[in-house]
Write a protein that binds this ligand. Structure first.
Ligand SMILES: [Zn+2]
Length: 391
């Protein structure tokens, strides 16, 4: 019995050996399986523009022998920056190991230039081209703006320029604009110089033989005078008189008597009148309501004072009603109220409810502006101020 036992201990049954090897192999295989280190294959694509949303999973090509834990994560940046992304992987034994990848967010967003627009000025005026111009960038950095192109404020011309800026990432922005330097129609003594010019509103101003016309309309105001020998005969323009007659008849139908108080005056007439006012009220006062000789619209033969030429008299009922009717209807006949109330800064004159100027129906309709009169100065972009006088 003992012998057999000993014998059986020495001689292992082959099936047991195979089983043992099998079990050992399974144990080894299981160990190998469980101890297998995770393998993470990451992308080569690690540069992204700012603002782009990058998901963590998009950075992973493959995960072997483990499980990615933070696959919901996303990354983005509004500024140029680098960012270390950590991948957390659970091994088969339940351990968590980490892999990292550095992302680079690059700035490809150009700056934005604001406040730019076409500019115009007259020779002799100064202008800061950079005033009101700002540049902003997604980086938040302070950006300097420069003007590109050549120009000369002392020389009339149209200059094609642009604002330029660049951010630290090298993104650039340009804003093209036109700088118009207009020739001035006045010399250094304030005398009108014959030539063709542009007004600040873009209308053509032609001065020929000392007579200024904007868009074809004769201008006589404090800036633009008429020559001393213009209309010495005090004639009234034919179209103006025809239009006045029509207006007069219409006013009569509406119950208003409309008569001409003063129409055409020549240079000498105006000289006499103006000096009379200066003697009576002093120069400064006289300048507010009376024109220097050569600057009166009455010399043009296109203007007339209706019923009165006196502020107080104009308020009397017998005139006020007729003048109010004219203010509402004169444009229908081609006349404008030349010196509207509250427009002294533009016309250079106080409100004159009686002074009407013939311009034709088309322009009159525009300037009437549904009762809110626009001045010729405002509409055409011209001024009315004396130049070259000592005062
Ligand atoms: Zn007048």
């Amino acid at each position: 019995m003992t012998k057999r036992k000993t014998k059986s201990r020495r001689r292992v049954h082959p099936a047991t050996v195979i089983l043992g090897i099998l079990i050992l192999a399974i144990i080894v295989a299981a160990a190998l399986f469980l101890l297998q280190k995770p393998v993470v294959v990451l992308t080569d694509h690690t540069r992204f523009p700012v603002g782009e949303k990058v998901s963590l999973t998009s950075l992973v090509k493959e995960v072997k022998y483990g499980q990615l834990l933070n696959e919901e994560e996303t990354f983005e940046s509004v500024k140029a920056s680098t960012r270390v992304v950590t991948f957390r992987i659970k091994t088969r034994l339940g351990k968590v190991v980490e892999e990292t990848l550095t992302l680079e967010f690059y700035d490809n967003v150009p700056p934005v230039i604001a406040g730019g627009k076409d500019l115009s000025l007259t020779v002799g005026e100064t202008l800061d081209l950079l005033e009101g111009i700002t540049a902003t960038d997604n980086s938040g950095e302070r950006l300097a703006v420069s003007v590109q192109g050549e120009y000369d404020l002392k020389k009339a011309g149209e200059y094609k320029l642009s604002y330029f800026t660049a951010d630290s990432a090298g993104n650039t922005a340009t804003f093209p604009f036109t700088l118009t330097v207009m020739a001035t129609p006045f010399d250094e003594n304030g005398k009108m110089v014959d030539g063709v010019y542009k007004t600040s509103k873009g209308f053509e101003l032609v001065i020929e033989d000392g007579i200024a016309k904007v868009d074809g309309y004769l201008i006589a105001n404090k800036s633009y005078s008429l020559p001393k020998d213009y209309n010495t005969t005090r004639s009234v323009d034919e179209n103006t008189m025809t239009a006045f007659r029509a207006m007069q008849q219409a006013a009569a139908k509406a119950g208003h008597t409309v008569t001409i108080k003063s129409a055409s005056r020549n240079w000498n007439d105006q000289n006499y009148i103006f000096n009379g006012y200066v003697a009576r009220d002093g120069l400064q006062e006289a300048l507010t309501y009376s024109a220097r000789p050569g600057h009166s619209e009455h010399q043009s033969g296109l203007a007339m004072d209706v019923l009165t030429s006196d502020s107080e008299e104009a308020k009397e009922p017998k005139f006020a009603a007729a003048l109010a009717w004219l203010s509402e209807h004169a444009h229908e006949y081609g006349f404008i109220l030349r010196y509207p109330e509250g427009k002294t800064d533009e016309t250079g004159y106080i409100y004159e409810s009686w002074h009407f100027r013939y311009v034709g129906k088309e322009l009159a309709e525009k300037l009437y502006n549904n009762g809110d009169w626009i001045t010729m100065e405002d509409y055409f972009g011209i001024d009315s101020k004396y130049r070259g006088y000592d005062e």
